[in-house]
Design a protein around this ligand. Sequence first.
Ligand code: B3K
Ligand code: ZN
Length: 880
Amino acid sequence: TTVVRREDYAPPAYWIDTVELTFDLDPAKTRVLNRMTLRRNAAVAAQPLRLDGEELNLARVLVNGAGCSFKMDAGQLVLDNLPEGNEPFTLEIFTTCAPEKNSQLMGLYVSQGTFFTQCEAEGFRRITYFLDRPDVMASYTVTLRADKARYPVLLSNGNLEEEGPLPDGRHFAKWVDPHRKPSYLFALVAGNLVAREQRIVSRSGKEHLLQVFVRRGDMDKTEHAMQSLIASVAWDEARFGLPLDLERFMIVATSDFNMGAMENKGLNIFNTKYVLANSATATDTDFANIESVVGHEYFHNWTGNRVTCRDWFQLSLKEGLTVFRDQEFSMDLCAEPSARAVKRIEDVRVLRTAQFPEDAGPMAHPVRPDSYVEINNFYTVTVYEKGAEVVRMMQTLVGREGFARGMKLYFERHDGQAVTCDDFAQAIADANPDSALARQLEVFKRWYSQAGTPRVRAEGRYDAEARRYTLTLSQHCAPTPGQAVKQPFLIPVALGLLDAQGRELPLPESQRLVVLADASATVVFDDIDSEPVPSLLRGFSAPVVLEYADSDAQLLTLLAHDSDPFNRWEAGQRLALRRALAAVRADGPVAQPLDAAFIDAMRAVLRHDTLDAAFKELTLTLPSETYISEQLEVVDPQRVHAVREAMREQLAQALHADWAWAYEQHRDNGAYRPDPLSAGRRALAGMALTMLCLDARQSGDAVWPGKAYQRFKDAGNMTDRFNALSALVVSGHALAREALPRFHAMFRDEALVLDKWFALQAGAPDRGGNILPAVRQLMAHPDFQLRNPNRARSVIFSYCNANPGAFHRADAAGYVFWSDRVLEIDRFNPQVAARLARALDRWKKLAEPYRSAAREAIARVAAQAELSNDVREVVTRALS
Ligand code: B3K
Ligand code: ZN
C-alpha cells in the first residue's frame, strides 16, 4: 500500500486538451475508443507519460496514428517515446471492460439492465487509461452506441449534438460538453428510462431544459425532485448570482449506488433514495433530504465543477463549501424563522454525533488531510460537515454580504481552474480586507490544517459593586494521530446576556461576536445591573465543545427565554445530558434519572403555546446514546443504553397526559404537504405516539397501541404510517408482529419502502439480545440483497452503526457478526465495506469486556491477507 501525501503534489507532466470517447456498450464486453490530444506541460521537466488504468483490457495504442512502444508499470500505461517538443499530439487507446462484472460500482457498471458510471474520485481509470487527476481538465466529446431496444436512452455530459440509427438494431448519440472538466465529472447513462421534463427561463432570459430520468414505474415519484431542482436553480442565481451554464440539466436515478449522488457535469446521477418520493412512499425526512441533495449536487455545478480541486486533499474546497450552500438553501426555503433554526439544530446534531467522534478517534484528520492510502476513505463528515462549519465561520466573520462579495471574487479569480482551499480563503479575506478574517487569515486557516475538536472553556464573574460582568474564554485541543501539539484556533463566539428573568440585555454589536484567537481572552461588560445568564456560542457559531459550568437554574432560564433558538434547544440538551451522565456514573441498578424540575421544564416546552412543533420535538428528544458516550472517558454501552431508555420511559410516564394532548392536537394536518411546519406537526405527533406506546408497555394499557395500529392502517401518508408502525416496533408491542408483515405486503414492490422496513427492525431497541438474531433472519429474507448498497445498509449498518444497545453485546456476537460482514462485503465492494469498518472506530473508549472483544474483531479483519486498501487503511488506523 502506498501513502499519498499532500506535500508531494506536483503538476502533471502533460495536459490533455480534448478527449473523444466512443463506447460500444455491451454488459459483458464494452469497447472503448479514447482519442485524446495531449501536449507536454512546458513548466515541468520532460518525463514519460504515465496513464492510470484499472481492470482494463488493452487492445491497441496509437500515437499520431501510428503504433508505438509502451510498457505497463504498477498498473499504469507508460509511454516514453513520445514526440519531442511542446506540440500537441494525438493518442488513441482501445480498451475493453466488463460492466456487468463491476460489483464495486466504480467506473462503468450495470444496474437493473441500465449502464451507469461513477468516476469520483478515481473511477475514470476503470473506463479508459487517463491522467485521472482533477487538475487535468479537458473538453469531452462522447459517442455512445448500443442496442436501441434495450438502451433507447443514451446520455452523457453537455449537449446532444447528433443521434441516429445504426445497422443491426443499434443506434448512437453524440454528446459534446461545452465546458472543460476533470475526468471525475465524466458520466454516461444508457438504458430504458423515462423523463419528467420542465423548461425554465433564467434571469438572463436563457431557456433551459431540466430532466429527471427514472425507470418507467417511478414517474409518479419525480415531482418533488423536479421542484427541488427548479428551486435550486433560482436560489443560486438569487443568492450568489450564479446561473445555470448549460442548455440541459439532467438527473438520473439508480437503485445501485455507493453514496447519495454525484455531480457529473450536466448529468447528475443519484441514488433513488434522493430522487423518488410521493406522499404514499416517502416520509417528511425523505422529502427534506431530496431537497437538500438535489440542491447540493446542483450547487456543485459552480463550487466543484466550474472551479474544481487541484488535488484530492482539497476535497473540502468543493464539499465543505457545497454542504454550506445546501444548508443555506434549505434554510432560505423556510418561510418561518423558527424553521430555519430547526434546520440549524438538525445540522449541528449531525456534526456532533458523527463528526466529533471522528475527530476524537483513530481516523481523525484535518478538513484538508495531509495523507491518505485510499481517497474514498476521506469522503468524511470532517471534510463535508466540519468543512461546511469552517465556511460558515467565514461568513460569520465577514457577514452575509461580505461573504457573497468573497464568492464573487473567488469566481472572478478562479473560474475554469483547479485550485486549493487556500485560494478560497484568500478570496473571501481579500474581498473583506477590514475583517477579523483578513487580519488573522493564517490563524483562521488552522481550521484546515489541524484535526480535533477544540474545547472552549468559559468563566463568568459578576462584580455587583462595579456593575461589571467579566467573561473569560480559553481554548485547548487534545492531540490527534500525528498532531501532538495544537496551535490556538480562531473561534467566533456569538453571545448574548440575559437577566435573571430571561430578558435580553442590550449589548453593542462588537460584544455580541467575540473572536477568540489566542489561548484565552477576557471580555468585560459594563453597566450590568445584576448577575446575568450568559448565552454562549449562539447558533453554534463554531464547531467546538463549550465547557461552561452553568447551573440548572441558568439552563432553565435559557430553555424558557433565550431569544436564540439554538441555545434554547441546547439548554434542554445540557440539562438532559447532565442527568444522563450522573445516572451512567452512579453505582447500582439504573433508577429514575429524571427529577421533577427537568420533567416540568419539558412539560412546559411541550405545552408551550407559541413554540412550533418541530422545535418541541427536537427539544424533547434526548441526546443520543452516541452523543452521551462521547462525553464519557470509559463507555459501558449497555449502561448508557439502559439509562437513556429509563429516561425515555420516565418522560413517557410522567408526561402521559401531555403526550396524549400533543397527539390529539397535532395528528391531523389536512392534505399532505412536506413543508417544515406541517412536517414538524407530524414529527411531534409521531413522537407522542411512540411515548404513549412506550408507557403502555409499562402500564399494560392496550388503548394506545390499538390507536397506533389503527393509525398505521388508515394513515394518509407514509410519515404517519411509518411513525405508527415505528411506535409499535419501538415499544415492542405484540401488534408489531401483525403490522410488520402487513406493511411488507403493502409495499413489496417499493424498494425504498422495503429499506425502511428492514432498517426499522434492525435498528429497534434491544430487549434481552433479540436484535442480532432478528438481523440474521432479515438477511435470510428473500428481499434481502447484500450487493445492493441501500439494502445492505438498511440491515447491516442500521444494526452495527446505529443501534449501539444491540450491537455491543457482552458475548461479542455483534462484533463477530460485524467482522464477518466487513470481510464478506470487501470481496465485492470495498467502499461499502470500509464504511462499515468504521463502526468500531471508538473501541478504545469501551469498558471491558467490550474493549478486548472489539479489538479482537478488528484484528481478525486486519489479519485477512486479501483486504482492499480501503478496509486495510481503516482497520490499521483503528489498531494503531
Ligand atoms: N462528490 C460526490 C461524492 C463522491 C464520493 C466518491 N467516493 C457526491 C457529493 O458530495 O456531492
Ligand atoms: Zn458534494
